[in-house]
Design a protein around this ligand. Structure first.
Ligand SMILES: Cc1cc2nc3c(=O)[nH]c(=O)nc-3n(C[C@H](O)[C@H](O)[C@H](O)COP(=O)(O)O)c2cc1C
Length: 421
């Protein structure tokens, strides 16, 4: 069957994309491709039973069995949540859950109340499937904060009490409750650290903190959502504090010498009034570089202002949505590896972004739900771009839905079963 692609003729060599990336802690990625985080939403959902809540399913294992044969340098999970149960009370022997901060029902979750052999075995299998052809396996650790759907939690945590306006992905959002300083430690920092240790112990090569797209950590760094007047609000230094505390606490448990990666996905821009600007992002990235982060993945936008399309004509020809922001930020990175995600479709644009110095690694999201082995094909020189479907590329809603559907299809059988068909 012939498929339509963005570009049919390979006019540049893809060799540079096959080059290894060496992280500052010595770990090697076999090439420059990053499978971006794509929320799967097919884990178990049972908030009344911690042991059965947020467990990865066969479906996820099948999905990553396929990406695990796609020749990525690094594979990220979809967001894995760290806070399913913030307050956990036992009243007359009945367990009452008061807070649960997911990105969606069906997220995979790592939390101490749900620890056990079954969860550990499933996460270990997940990591193993991701690493089958040499990729590094990295868990994206996330906390929904005010972007938790109202059906999951009417009063989620946030930096401040700024409610998200409107609806996204057919869901509304509740009135957030600002975390106290004590809760920042016990309900956020400690939970991220616990999840990182769990990931390390179950065979993953690292974690990526989700500090982008308006989730909890971005609610702290962005002035649109952080109105605090204590040590976690005001200056950039204060707004970034929670992330650095998480980093330090993870490194106290899992030192860089173990080879375990700690990275962050961060917004290069938010396109919102009072939102993170590229200058803010540059200042924050300088701190990540100085702190010792192994990698930074640059992205942009929030639920209130989605940015997974071309906001400016200047980026259209160069494909990557955040390219011009990445170019401004890039000079701060000396030892931290930088990935750029969003919009890459042709080998030519990927190669140029690297040659021009905007990024070292290429993150791919929607193209690899249509074609889980796209990096392999590109590195073999057999394709010049990703598949072009009939949908409007600039419509995130519809292309997101298409990716979800493709993931549903991919998860139905294993790599082996699909190959035998
Ligand atoms: C179905 C879908 C799920 C996504 N889930 C996540 C997620 O869990 N975490 C995240 O950081 N980004 C998520 N994203 C954003 C992607 O990682 C990526 O940044 C975005 O799709 C732009 O890249 P692309 O143009 O290559 O698709 C998701 C995107 C899609 C389409």
């Amino acid at each position: 069957m012939t498929v339509k692609r963005f570009c049919d003729n390979l006019t540049v060599s893809s060799d540079i994309l096959g080059e290894q990336l060496k992280f500052r802690n010595g770990k090697l990625a076999q090439n420059r491709f990053l499978k971006a985080a794509l929320t799967e939403r097919v884990s178990t959902y049972d908030p009344e039973n911690p042991q059965k809540h947020g467990l990865p399913t066969e479906f996820i294992l099948n999905l990553y069995d396929k990406w695990g044969h796609g020749k990525f340098g690094t594979i990220l999970t979809g967001n894995v949540l760290v806070d399913p149960v913030s307050v956990f009370l036992k009243i007359f022997s009945i367990i009452v859950f008061i807070q649960t901060n997911l990105e969606s029902a069906g997220n995979a979750i790592i939390f101490k109340e749900g620890d056990g052999e079954e969860r550990r075995a499933l996460f270990s299998k997940w990591a193993k499937n991701m690493k089958q052809d040499g990729a590094l396996a990295v868990v994206q650790l996330s906390h929904g904060g005010r972007q938790t759907p109202i059906t999951v939690e009417p009063n989620p945590w946030s930096a401040s009490d700024v409610k998200l306006s409107g609806e996204r992905r057919f869901t509304a959002f509740g009135q957030p409750v600002p975390l106290t300083v004590e809760q920042i430690k016990t309900q956020v920092v400690d939970r991220f650290v616990y999840a990182a240790k769990f990931a390390h112990e179950t065979g993953f090569d690292g974690v990526e903190l989700h500090g982008a797209h308006g989730y909890l950590l971005a609610q702290f760094t962005s002035p649109t959502t952080n109105k605090r007047t204590d040590q976690y609000g005001g200056s950039i230094e204060n707004r970034q504090r929670i992330i650095l505390e998480i980093y330090d606490a993870i490194r106290a448990e899992i030192p860089a010498s173990t080879g375990f990666l700690v990275g962050i996905k961060t917004n290069s821009v938010e396109f919102q009034e009072q939102g993170t600007t590229v200058d803010d992002a540059k200042e924050m990235c300088q701190v990540y570089e100085d702190k010792g982060f192994d990698f930074v993945e640059l992205s942009g936008g929030t639920y209130e202002k989605l940015a997974f399309h071309h906001m400016r004509d200047s980026t259209r020809n160069r494909e990557a949505f955040f390219l011009e922001f990445a170019e401004k930020i890039r000079p701060v990175f000396k030892n931290t590896i930088v990935y750029l995600t969003g919009g890459f479709r042709t080998v030519k644009a990927m190669v140029e972004a690297i040659e021009n110095g905007a990024t070292q690694g290429i993150g791919l999201g929607r193209p690899i739900t249509a074609e889980p082995d796209l990096p392999k094909k590109i590195l073999e020189g057999s394709v010049a771009s990703s598949i072009k479907n009939a949908l409007d590329e600039n419509d995130f809603g519809i292309t997101n839905l298409a990716s979800n559907t493709q993931m549903q299809q991919m998860g139905r059988n294993s790599y082996q079963q699909a190959s035998e068909k």
